[in-house]
Design a protein around this ligand. Structure first.
Ligand SMILES: [Zn+2]
Length: 80
């Protein structure tokens, strides 16, 4: 599963955000998001929604950290 389609990426975006995918799937989606502006935009939107939800909860420090790290990675890749 090294090359995935937009359909696969979008179908897995929620599980990806929740880190409920296998390492192989995660790497495939990460690679796809790096190459696909459309999916990267959708992922970014979902990430903002997730960030908002977790910011509303006082008991989600680990999720905050996860979201922040993921967001920082996207920002880095946008700068390149
Ligand atoms: Zn795509």
């Amino acid at each position: 599963m090294s090359n995935i389609t937009c359909k696969d990426a979008k179908a897995n975006v929620y599980d990806y955000l929740a880190q409920e995918v296998s390492d192989e799937t995660r790497e495939s989606i990460t690679a796809h998001l790096r190459d696909c502006v459309d999916c990267a935009g959708e992922y970014s939107l979902e990430l903002q929604i997730s960030s908002f939800i977790s910011a509303s909860s006082l008991n989600s420090n680990s999720t905050d950290d996860l979201v922040n790290r993921a967001y920082a990675q996207i920002e880095l890749e946008e700068e390149n």
